[in-house]
Design a protein around this ligand. Sequence first.
Ligand SMILES: Nc1nc2c(ncn2[C@@H]2O[C@H](COP(=O)(O)OP(=O)(O)OP(=O)(O)O)[C@@H](O)[C@H]2O)c(=O)[nH]1
Ligand SMILES: [Mg+2]
Length: 396
Amino acid sequence: MLDNRNKINQEEKAVLVGVIQKEQKEQDAKEYLDELHFLAETAGAVAVKRFVQKLSHPDSRTFVGKGKLEEIKKYVEDKQIDVLIFDDELNGSQISNIEKAVGIKTIDRSDLILDIFARRAKTAQAKAQVELAQYQYILPRLRGMWKHLERLGGGIGTRGPGETEIETDRRIVRDKISLLRKRLAEIDKQASTQRQERGEFIRVSLVGYTNVGKSTIMNLLSKSDVLAENKLFATLDTTTRKIVYGNTPFLLSDTVGFIRKLPHHLVESFKSTLDEVREADILLHVVDIAHPNYEEQMGVVNKTLQELNSFDKPIIVIFNKMDLYEKNTFDDWLEESTKKEILKDLKERWDQQTFGNAIFISALERTNIDVLRHTILEKVRELYRIRYPYKTTFFY
Ligand SMILES: Nc1nc2c(ncn2[C@@H]2O[C@H](COP(=O)(O)OP(=O)(O)OP(=O)(O)O)[C@@H](O)[C@H]2O)c(=O)[nH]1
Ligand SMILES: [Mg+2]
């Protein structure tokens, strides 16, 4: 019951299901499903079709309406689909009702994100963190999922075999959770000692939505070799490098990307990975300015930073992928002067909104990297001056 039910197998054919709620714009719903599509493919599935329904309230039994579910069922049977993926969080009984009605495995967005995290986790810490989040996510849903089996097992009011099985499953899950918590506490102790040993160095952290170019920038700034690829959540483990510009040293960390509706348990169990952000002195908020939803993504990141009590730190906003932005925005026939005008407006607008802390770069084409280096260096030096007023000569 616990194994495999919420995992994607390679090349599985998937159908995506989204709901447009009353106050939502159709365009937004489309982009959310684009993101779900990207998530599904990152997990290894092949997304072949989308179903969308306009609803003022999701159905409490099956999330989408009965007619829609019939339509999905017909498609699933015709095309031999393996898995249904819902963009919204489903509870245990909704999952079992849908699975019963359509006859195939059904998962939701959180399952999918957890599955990707599980695949990507390399270190013992990341693995334990993801596993903990998975068990915590599944625990309250177990009862609902077992319901239809329970009904097969015993009559009303009797304790059928289903009930015992739920209890067994719940006990196993609870034991696993407490074991994982213990293991993580130990790893955490080691990690926090390590972080303390980094001593007096100013610490700079790259943060941002997933797939915006954090690792690419890390590599550029530190000449290191961090995995960067066009997939969501390429980075799960924090990498930290010591960098020296001029004669000013500081530590730069690359961290896990954020996403809309990041499962709550995941944020919680990645606490110590995110401690890197909490304990940073300066944040570099990387934005993919070529993404149609970049402003909303910035909002998600800012909200997550607030949850981590880190929104009041000095933040430099790096608008990355300017090359792609220009390619998407400008037609060939546009006058150079017009292009310049458009770029100037964009930069002025963001410069105002970030109180002069915006930088526009292309990590891929390496444009404006000098300015980025210079800006980071200035901020780092400023903090050293404040923190160690009598030690200035030591650092620069
Ligand atoms: N066109 C363009 N692509 C870029 C630029 N910077 C990064 N990319 C691409 O964007 C994709 C994601 O880059 P990563 O550096 O892995 O992004 P990340 O933010 O570390 O992503 P996660 O670790 O998955 O959260 C890769 O395919 C990069 O090659 C850029 O300036 N322009
Ligand atoms: Mg990365």
